[in-house]
Design a protein around this ligand. Structure first.
Ligand code: MTE
Ligand code: CO
Length: 421
């Protein structure tokens, strides 16, 4: 007790003397604290009764965490209804994204669907066209699956070079939650697929009526018609009451406010389909059918929004990795811009087409470093450098940038988005 008090007093004196002294004690300005609340004093919050149960009928994070929110980039899109907000990856840990922090991407604003009037129609090349109510979907056998969803445009602004200063902006078009729902296969079996059924068109009930063609093989493999995320009903911005879950494939296919699934014998590209996600190459040709999201990773902390506080010493590097092809089975971290790699420690569950959390702990000697991470999955795929990707895809691309991210950690603990090599 006395020792702590002495240290605290000492650190407060040093705080007045200047930040350099603070760093030496390991106590940063942000943690210098208010003496009246620090040991051996009895803190303010210990002296009064708190809110009773029921006051916070739907709990919210501490008011001290008010900066941990989805953020937008004003110049990115013309209107907020057809835009994107970004997950605050830098402020999270583990693999699950809290529902209120999942990035949102919509083309016609957030649709508010009355669950009483909700219907899912399945028609086209089926024996028996069907219309399901939400209650009917809820009475069917359901499964729970943890999957990441990544927008194909995630990191799209970084194709031409380092641009946005923060993991939230460079990589925040990804989230990972547990979905509860009915396997799409069960619904298609009820309707009875005709022998020539090869593709389906999934359509949203929002004002953009977003629709995409998906191969039947994928639908029968692992797609879900989901109505819950992390236990509670989907949030309106994530497609309440029902969305399509297309594990490992680009976010655009995960139709929200799902209203219709039409079965056909070929894709609807350039017919009924509204969204066209292709990758324009340097030679004028475009890559199509680029559904799968390849392995990718990012160091979430330290990163530009969370510099290292308190100077050199024991430091934890933490990050997220994911692969649309299977399980992430290894993540490497480099401190010198990709010259030397060390294997990071994956902690927490490792699921198929899900995020994993990795850590690399080391004793930072206070020198400037170039931090990188690279993910590997159980197909043997290794996350490429940005330059290797640019060689193949050119600079016209917007989508599918899964290149290795570099953060420059400066001697003062600040972190910046940079490019190497
Ligand atoms: N579904 C509908 N109906 N309307 C949309 O605008 N946006 C798509 C997809 N599904 C969209 C949609 C895109 S581009 C992405 S990346 C994901 O939803 C984003 O899902 P989220 O908002 O839950 O993060
Ligand atoms: Co998208």
């Amino acid at each position: 007790m006395t020792e702590t008090t002495d240290k605290t007093r000492a650190s407060r004196r040093k705080f007045l003397a200047g930040a350099a002294g603070l760093a030496a004690t390991g106590v940063t300005a942000a943690h210098a604290g208010n003496a009246k609340n620090l040991p051996p004093n009895v803190a303010d919050w210990t002296r009064t009764l708190g809110d009773g149960v029921g006051v916070r009928a739907y709990g919210k994070p501490s008011k001290h965490e008010k900066d941990v929110v989805r953020r937008t980039v004003a110049w990115l899109t013309a209107t907020p209804e057809s835009s994107v907000s970004f997950t605050p990856l830098h402020a999270l840990d583990g693999i699950i994204t809290p529902n209120g922090l999942c990035f949102e991407r919509h083309h016609g604003g957030i649709t508010e669907v009355d669950p009483e009037d909700y219907r899912l129609m399945i028609h086209g090349l089926v024996d028996k066209p069907l219309v399901f109510t939400l209650d009917e979907l809820k009475r069917m056998p359901r499964v729970n699956k943890i999957h990441f969803l990544e927008c194909a445009a995630n990191s799209g602004m970084e194709w031409r070079g380092a641009q946005l200063n923060g993991a939230q902006y460079t990589h925040g078009m990804v989230h990972c939650v547990q979905y509860t729902g009915v396997p799409l296969k069960a619904l298609l079996e009820q309707a009875g697929l005709k022998t020539n059924a090869k593709w389906l068109l999934a359509e949203g009930g929002d004002s953009s009526g977003l629709n995409r063609s998906i191969p039947i093989a994928k639908a029968l493999d692992d797609c879900l018609v989901a109505y819950r995320m992390n236990g509670e009903m989907l949030r309106p911005e994530q497609g309440y009451p029902v969305r399509l879950v297309v594990p490992g494939w680009e976010g655009n296919l995960w139709i929200k406010w799902l209203r219709r699934i039409k079965i056909g014998d070929q894709p609807w590209f350039s017919r009924e389909e509204t969204a066209k996600y292709t990758d324009l190459l340097e030679n004028g040709k475009a890559r199509q059918f680029t559904f799968v999201m390849d392995a990718k990773s990012v160091i979430t902390s330290p990163s530009p929004q969370v510099p290292v506080k308190g100077g050199k010493g024991f430091t934890v590097i933490s990050g997220l990795a994911w692969s649309g092809r299977g399980k992430v089975n290894r993540v490497d971290v480099s401190l010198d811009g990709g010259r030397n790699w060390r294997t990071a420690r994956i902690d927490g569950p490792v699921f198929d087409k899900s995020c994993v959390r990795f850590y690399y702990e080391f004793d930072w000697n206070g020198e400037a470093l170039l931090l990188q991470s690279r993910a590997m999955d159980d197909t043997g795929y290794v996350q490429p450098t940005k330059n290797a990707l640019r060689k193949i895809r050119g600079l016209n691309s917007i989508y599918h940038n899964n290149g290795i991210q570099t953060w420059a950690l400066k001697a003062d603990g600040e972190v910046e988005n940079v490019e190497v090599g």
